[in-house]
Design a protein around this ligand. Structure first.
Ligand code: PEP
Ligand code: MN
Length: 377
């Protein structure tokens, strides 16, 4: 059960003291407090665990400071939507808002290779008004003999350059909890000129100990990738580990699933699940067209498959796009064949804007018809 408190409830107030005294007195019930920083207000939610079936929602509704009571299903207790649950979602990080209405493009290097390539990428992003990027330092590779990423060694110049080009958030994969400490130490040493969204890759979707460790910190939000060979339900449950440990600032990424039916793409593109994840959970949804499609091939209409897949996700309401670019794809140490090039960045962003505009019009049309739920309901 979740108690949603009145906005901006003061933890020093007598009502708060009365409420927590009452919660402490409940038998077989433990509770935790979660703060959600919205654009206009701070929202406090209280999660009750244990024998909550014995509690009367009506009685809980009458407690001081409580605005609303939500009965949760067993799945995705914190990140999920429960019933007709229209609670505020998302978070603000380093000045940027991430929720189910926002849209950010994280174009950048799959793997950091040279300082020069990082600089050329970030400079191009700034020239095109972008404040977000992707930069892989720790790479989970299929073969132990492949380039594993520069790791901590590249962080100082990546963060310094991000500061120079006004990049606010970098998506960066971590494959071990020590990487979070290395990122934190490097950011601190460089004076925190930028922010990092910690990425959990598809190979680690169910690495529960990593999820728990990343979930125990809430300094950095998390970009969580769907597992490529498990059900959507299993991936959503895995994301919940982050929130259950204390960090609900999670963006859920669709990146395609492994099946030979996806041929000739690297994975079968699953962006029809954008609205599904938005319906089942309150997480912003990211799409990764590069790791889904896996090539730079161009269709007869002149648009690359990566651009087509991007538009499909954005027109379905995606909130973030993670996409591989590289100044010289032939020299990229990881995933060069799927990277778009810097001269294509302007066109790519224009194409995203077209798809976004179409999505907003479609959403407006739905609202003007006041369609709530399924028309057949
Ligand atoms: C990546 O984004 O660099 C990556 C390795 O993706 P995935 O985990 O989806 O394969
Ligand atoms: Mn990659």
């Amino acid at each position: 059960m979740i108690l949603i408190l009145k906005p901006n409830t003061d933890p020093e107030s007598p009502e708060w003291a009365q409420l927590t005294r009452h919660l402490d007195s409940l038998e077989d019930i433990t509770w935790t407090k979660h703060e959600i920083e919205g654009t206009e207000q701070r929202l406090t939610e209280i999660y009750l665990l244990g024998n909550t079936k014995a509690l009367s929602p009506l009685a809980m509704q009458g407690l001081p400071s409580v605005e609303r009571v939500v009965r949760v299903q067993n799945s995705y207790r914190i990140l999920g939507r429960h019933g007709h649950d229209d609670r505020q979602n998302g978070f603000t990080y380093n000045g940027l808002r991430f929720d189910q209405d926002s849209l950010h493009v994280f174009a950048g290097l799959c793997a950091v290779d040279t300082e020069e390539h990082v600089e050329r990428m970030m400079q191009a992003l700034q020239e095109h008004g972008q404040q977000t990027t992707r930069m892989g330092a720790y790479k989970p590779r299929t073969s132990p003999y492949s380039f594993q990423g520069h790791g901590a060694a590249c962080l100082p110049y990546v963060f310094d350059l991000a500061g120079k080009y006004d990049i606010k958030v970098i998506a960066m994969e971590v494959t071990h909890e020590s990487h979070v400490e290395e990122i934190d130490a490097a950011l601190e040493a460089s004076g925190r000129p930028t922010g990092v969204m910690l990425q959990i890759g598809t190979r680690n979707t169910q690495n529960f100990e990593l999820l728990k460790a990343v979930g125990r910190q809430s300094v950095y939000p998390v970009l969580f990738k769907r597992g490529f060979g498990i059900t959507l339900d299993e991936s959503l449950n895995a994301a919940e580990y982050l929130a259950s440990e204390g960090n609900p600032n999670v963006v859920f990424t669709l990146r395609g699933v492994k099946t030979s039916m996806g041929d000739p793409h690297r994975n079968l593109v699953d962006f029809a699940h954008v609205p599904v994840v938005k319906r089942l959970t309150r997480m912003p949804v990211c799409i990764d067209p590069s790791h889904s499609v896996g090539t730079r091939d161009v269709a007869p209409d002149g648009l690359s498959d990566v651009m087509h897949a991007t538009a499909q996700g954005v027109i379905a309401g995606a909130n973030m796009v993670l996409v591989d670019f590289h100044p010289v794809p032939s020299k990229a140490l990881v995933d060069g064949p799927q990277a778009l090039t810097i001269p294509e960045l302007e066109w790519y962003l224009e194409d995203v804007a077209i798809a976004r505009d179409a999505y907003l019009k479609r959403r407006e049309a739905a609202r003007s018809r006041q369609v709530s739920g399924h028309p057949a309901e």
